[in-house]
Design a protein around this ligand. Structure first.
Ligand SMILES: *[C@@H]1O[C@H](CO)[C@@H](O)[C@H](O)[C@H]1NC(C)=O
Ligand SMILES: *[C@@H]1O[C@H](CO)[C@@H](O)[C@H](O)[C@H]1NC(C)=O
Ligand SMILES: [Zn+2]
Length: 542
């Protein structure tokens, strides 16, 4: 069976040929969404097309070490109807239950990636991975849920939400949405309320970079922070100084630096540090929690460390590229080799990666994302004469779990329970979906992986499941192999084979006032008390 989402042209023509025969054999009543998607050319081998909705299997994971963020134990895990029913030693089941031997392996909650961009329109093109291929890649790498960023259409949040609902219909794993805010008026303010109260969104992102497209002013950012606070929604920030970046880009072009190395040179760590500091101070001024996405430099990380030490509620997200890569390849004489590493904020000079690993291990940064935003080499070549036109973004959905295992656990920096916390549980807690997600407990969703700590992994662009022809981790080997992925109670990855069906992923609604909001009201009360104002004064002048 062909298990690459892109599919070879041979399997694609086989599918076109098989489909009419298949339609003759099956009464139209059972024609599922999956068949419509196959019709639209989305098939995943013929498996997806023939696999109309069936009852979910009963599964027993036997003899493994079950790892949660809070605890690790030897236990069996029994799954039925997409839910974890029991977690305890020596579970006895009927003969018709699918038993998977997990002896000597870790049984863990599936990864949750808080930050990826699938089917995103950006820089004159669209990311090469859509909700199907990106999620298929994620599942092959042990991630069972991701959160995407709804982009408004001409500033219109409702229109953006409708568009993303359509894009996500082909999902093969569960997903949630954040939403970007790019302009401010009464309709935007009203729509934010609708998103939180009716549409299951509990976080909004503000870009301090991308001048002329997504970038917001401090004035808009303050309005947004106030609105987020009143709704109990988490404010997220892309922290780079967009005005200074335009200046930096001009400087590089004037110096005749038009290649990919101009990208990191035009937006150095100091601009990330400045914007991070500014965002933190403004969120502190409003007294609302702040989530800083993709912390890429020690400059930004130090600002978060300082704020957290002072007691401010700031959450720091690191991405797998920030932990495991540096910018040396951006100076490669081969354009595509260099351009595939172009992302924003940029991967930094050697040393920042180690600093971010340390920050993750000591709790200064809390969770790991990917910012998966893939463009193939044809798309990257849009910027062959001008680095400003290279679509920004790298892969990571399939690689994240393994990269975190190898750089953090295998190297002795974090424990196995911490691995679960930073790849899954913390995300579920921050976005208020724990313990439905992020835990192996009776009653949790059956999103479970089996990881072999001893088996090696080799990442290559030729064998990955993304539609891109390049991979920033190409050739990398390390420990921590995902043997099995179970998503929503379905075994979707086993023996190196993917079995996924478009339309099986569910939209996960998220409630406002997550744990980051606890205590905000008491801090407000303390602030008001501290003012010692207004002072009562007699109007009579003596
Ligand atoms: C925003 O989009 C929604 C949904 O498509 C639409 O009903 C509304 O009229 C739009 N608002 C504006 C100002 O165009
Ligand atoms: C990149 O994707 C585009 C659009 O799907 C396609 O036309 C092009 O051939 C791809 N390039 C490579 C090198 O795969
Ligand atoms: Zn992003």
């Amino acid at each position: 069976m062909d298990s690459t989402p892109s599919g070879s042209s041979a399997t694609r023509s086989a599918r076109v040929f098989l489909l009419p025969m298949f339609l003759l054999l099956i009464p139209s009543l059972v024609l599922s969404d999956a068949v419509q998607f196959c019709d639209a050319g989305y098939g995943y081998g013929d498996f997806a097309c023939q696999n109309s909705p069936v009852s979910l299997p009963r599964i027993l994971l036997r003899g493994g070490t079950v790892v949660n963020a809070h605890h690790m134990e030897m236990a069996d895990v029994y799954i039925q109807d997409g839910i974890i029913v029991a977690v305890k030693p020596n579970i006895v089941v009927d003969d018709d239950v699918t038993v998977i031997d997990a002896t000597g392996k870790f049984v863990m909650p599936g990864g949750i990636d808080p930050h990826a961009h699938l089917a995103m329109d950006f820089m004159g093109t669209q990311t090469i991975d859509d909700f199907f291929s990106g999620q298929a890649a994620a599942l092959a790498g042990g991630t069972t849920m991701h959160m995407d960023f709804v982009l408004p259409i001409n500033g219109n949040l409702s229109a953006g939400f409708e568009a993303y609902k359509e894009k996500a219909k082909i999902s093969c794993m569960d997903y949630g949405f954040h939403m970007a805010v790019t302009k401010w008026d009464d309709e935007v303010s009203h729509d934010m309320e609708v998103m939180v109260k009716e549409n299951g969104i509990n976080s909004f992102k503000f870009f301090l970079a991308y001048k002329g497209s997504f970038m917001v002013s401090d004035e808009l950012f303050l309005e947004g922070l106030k609105k987020c606070k009143s709704l109990g929604a988490l404010a997220m920030v892309h922290a780079e100084n967009g005005d200074a970046i335009v200046e930096g880009q001009k400087r590089m072009i004037e110096l005749g630096i038009t290649g990919p190395e101009g990208h990191p040179l035009s937006r150095p760590p100091v601009l990330e540090g400045e914007a991070t500091a500014r965002a933190i101070r403004l969120a502190g001024f409003v007294n609302t929690p702040l989530y800083v996405v993709h912390v890429m430099s020690s400059d930004a990380m130090e600002e978060i460390a300082k704020a957290r030490k002072s007691g401010q509620k700031v959450i720091g997200e690191v991405v797998s590229a920030g932990l495991a890569l540096d910018d040396t390849k951006v100076w490669d004489p081969d354009f595509i080799t260099a351009a595939k590493f172009v992302m924003s904020p940029p991967v930094r000079a050697p040393g920042h990666d180690k600093a971010l690993q340390g920050a993750l291990s000591t709790g200064i940064l809390q969770l790991v994302a990917t910012d998966h935003c893939t463009f193939n080499s044809t798309q990257k070549a849009f910027g062959i004469d001008d680095f400003r036109k290279i679509p920004n973004g790298v892969n990571g959905l399939e690689e994240r779990m393994h990269v975190v295992w190898d750089t953090m656990v295998e190297s002795g920096k974090i424990s196995v329970t911490d691995f679960v916390r930073v790849t899954s549980t913390e995300c579920a807690k921050i976005f208020n979906i724990y313990p439905k997600k992020g835990a192996i407990l009776a009653g949790s969703d059956a999103d479970v992986i089996i990881l072999d700590p001893k088996a090696s992994v080799k990442i290559t662009a030729a064998t990955h499941h993304s539609r891109s022809d390049t991979n920033v981790y190409d050739g990398r080997t390390g420990k921590g192999k995902i043997l099995v992925t179970i998503a929503g109670g379905r075994i979707v990855w086993q023996n190196g084979e993917l079995k996924v069906t478009p339309g099986t992923g569910k939209y996960i609604k998220m409630q406002p006032f997550g744990y980051a909001f606890e205590g905000i009201d008491r801090k407000d009360a303390e602030y008001l008390k501290s003012l010692g104002a207004p002072v009562k004064r007699s109007r009579a002048l003596s």
